[in-house]
Design a protein around this ligand. Structure first.
Ligand code: SAM
Ligand code: SF4
Ligand code: SF4
Length: 335
């Protein structure tokens, strides 16, 4: 089953945020001044339950064509009993891939359970190899070693590991080459993410973006690179390999090089709102239909209608947009 949106894009990739809470306060995502002790995080009964998530994911797979599921947050491992949800979702026929994005801090505790539950891959975020820089970025003084321990725990548990590094000018561009060298040696693919204007709280300015082209130039000077073909249509990261090796890096350049025409993702926030674009102003409430007595057919036809109406292409329009529109926060939909 396949449903196409207004720009003829299918839905393949469902990203599920399971909590809006996080044990970090990354400056570009959940700045501590805003996400303080009084911040109104979602309450338990506002979150979609594991049963609701299982039902809605099954409908997305059966009726709309989703094949890949990614669990995110906030910090997904802050959600109680998360491996139980992974077991439920990985058992849905038609889910070909199930992955998670995490800050890695809780992986030493959960990696084996997650793998046993059916998780295949993790993307672990790390923006610097220096404690001082990293501690400032994560807003909690968490050490680099904490995340490296999480990376090792995931690899030892048999999970495929990729590393995500957000690059922001003035924050960590000097860490690009050391991170590239370090993870090349360690044998994990490193992906550089341009600082994006998600949400309204991270004071984003175009001047703060350290563009993909520059990242490639920096690495190329020290370790020559060559481009490689995408793994599949719609792959978000542009891939490069160190010449003469099989080792590669990826670049996710939502700002300098938009990829909306092949965007096949939908995002579900922890409180059950469906966002058809990372930069959407408004989510569509799925929780109310899930908690009413609608049949599976009725819920899935509602989901299809939402996808069919989709015409988002924010990154391609960014430069034409003059008004500063309200957008959903990253910690609500998880990137
Ligand atoms: N807490 C988990 C983590 O940090 O991996 C999952 C959620 S986090 C919102 C998902 C990814 O989005 C992380 O790799 C994070 O670095 C990235 N991210 C957050 N805010 C961003 C921004 N403004 N621009 C680019 N990437 C961002
Ligand atoms: Fe938390 Fe991830 Fe956002 Fe950092 S990027 S504050 S770890 S949700
Ligand atoms: Fe997809 Fe929206 Fe990002 Fe474009 S801006 S690639 S439509 S999420």
């Amino acid at each position: 089953m396949e449903v196409l949106d207004q720009l003829q894009r299918p839905l393949r990739d469902l990203r599920i945020s399971v909590t809006d809470k996080c044990n970090f306060r990354c400056t570009y995502c959940m700045p501590a001044e805003i996400f303080g002790p009084d911040y109104p995080f979602l309450k338990r009964d506002e979150l979609l339950s594991f049963e609701e998530l299982e039902r809605v994911t099954t409908l997305f797979v059966e009726k709309l064509g989703v094949k890949k599921v990614r669990i995110t947050g906030g910090e997904p491992l802050m959600r109680k009993n998360l491996p139980e949800l992974i077991s439920k979702l990985s058992a849905i026929p038609g889910v070909e891939d199930i992955a998670m994005t995490t800050n890695g801090s809780l992986l030493p505790k959960y990696a084996i359970e997650l793998k046993d539950a059916g998780l295949k891959r993790v993307s672990i975020s790390l923006d610097s190899l220096h404690d001082e820089i990293f501690g400032n970025i994560n807003g909690k003084g968490v050490t680099v070693q904490t995340v490296l321990d999480g990376i090792d725990a995931a690899a030892e548990a048999g999970l495929q590991v990729k590393i995500n590094m957000v690059v922001k000018k003035g924050m960590n561009e000097n860490e690009i080459v050391p991170m590239a060298k370090f993870f090349r040696e360690k044998g994990h693919i490193l992906r550089f993410i341009e600082f994006m204007d998600v949400g309204n709280t991270n004071q984003w300015k175009l001047d703060d973006v350290y563009p993909k082209k520059q990242i490639i130039e920096d690495i190329n000077k020290v370790m020559p690179l060559e481009p490689i073909a995408p793994n599949y249509v719609g792959e978000v990261a542009t891939r490069y390999r160190y010449i003469g090796t099989e080792e590669e890096i990826g670049l996710i350049s939502s700002v300098s090089d938009a990829f909306c025409s092949s965007c096949n993702r939908a995002r579900l926030s922890a409180d059950g709102k469906l966002y058809t674009c990372l930069f959407a102003t408004k989510g569509h409430d799925i929780r109310t239909p899930l908690r009413s007595d609608l049949s599976d057919e009725e819920v899935s036809s509602h989901l299809s209608d939402l996808w069919i109406r989709r015409k988002d292409r924010y990154s391609e329009e960014r430069s034409e947009l003059t008004i500063n529109r309200e957008k959903v926060e990253m910690s609500r939909i998880g990137g």
